[in-house]
Design a protein. Structure first.
Length: 277
């Protein structure tokens, strides 16, 4: 049983402000430091399953976890995962349900989905709980039924950087669209930084890059999070193939796919260009 204590910028409604990627990364670091030793790379599913309570910006609520049963949406269609809050349960909570390994669902996909749904539990559930306590709103269900607050990960594409584009309804107003888009991008960024943190990725790169003919270049002028951080350049005859082999090898260390590592390298500015902030 584990309780995580986390904090970030949020308004009176407990909804997070439009956080920068760097701020989401800090929250993921807060969570990771309470779950694993500083020298650990892979995040075991058993550790994530053991989270039973969250304290976010001084709001305490339970985390209900189910990773043993296939998950379906409101239409009975199979999905990868759901994070929800049922206002009728009478308990402040976030419920995270992730479909288990089987068929096209790999261990790596289960881990990524859980990290994404945990992001919703951390960043969106406080606002859901606050809204439910404040009473029915314009978009609530008819009187006599408790509103359910829910976020659904339908497929692997949802875990990509443009996930929110796939499900936003054209009938939504612009404010609602933006809120949902930021919620999905925020959950994905939390997932990435939780499962593959910057410092451990740089450590793995430093050890493995020479084996795969990938050079490490240091600018020497970086500061803050970028201090001492290399830029990767494929140097061997295989070029980009060497980079892909390196990413796959590092993925094994963290329990994720090589393409997951490629995205984290891009987000952290390790492949050249400006990192996301």
């Amino acid at each position: 049983m584990t309780e995580l204590t986390l904090g970030y910028r949020a308004g009176n409604s407990l909804q997070p402000s439009f956080l920068k990627h760097s701020e989401v990364e800090v929250v993921a670091q807060q969570a990771r430091s309470q779950l694993l030793h500083a020298d650990a790379d892979a995040m075991p599913m058993d550790v994530l399953r053991g989270i039973t309570r969250l304290q976010v910006n001084n709001l305490k609520y339970d985390l209900w976890v189910d990773t043993e049963h296939p998950v379906t949406d409101e239409d009975g269609l199979p999905v990868l995962g759901i994070c929800e809050f049922d206002a009728g349960a009478g308990v402040d909570h976030a419920a995270v349900s992730v479909s288990p390994v089987g068929g096209d669902i790999t261990e790596e996909l289960v881990l990524s989905t859980f990290g994404h749904e945990l992001g919703h539990a951390v960043f969106d559930a406080p606002g859901w709980i606050h809204a439910a306590a404040a009473g029915p709103g314009l978009f609530d269900v008819p009187a006599g039924r408790a509103r359910a607050y829910r976020s659904i990960t339908r497929d692997v594409a949802h875990l990509g950087s443009d996930a929110a584009q796939d499900f936003l309804s054209v009938t939504m107003n612009r404010g609602r669209q933006n809120a949902l888009r930021f919620a999905e991008l925020r959950a994905n960024e939390f997932m990435g930084a939780l499962l593959v943190p910057r410092d451990r990725l740089v450590h793995a790169i430093t050890e493995l890059a020479p084996i795969y003919d990938v050079n490490l270049e240091y600018a020497g002028l970086a500061s803050g999070a970028l201090a001492g951080q290399p830029t990767l350049r494929a140097a061997g005859k295989l070029g980009l193939a060497d980079m892909e082999y390196l990413q796959k090898a590092i993925g094994v260390c963290f329990g994720v796919h090589g393409r997951f590592i490629r995205v984290r390298m891009q987000r952290y500015g390790l492949l050249g260009g400006d990192p996301a902030n």
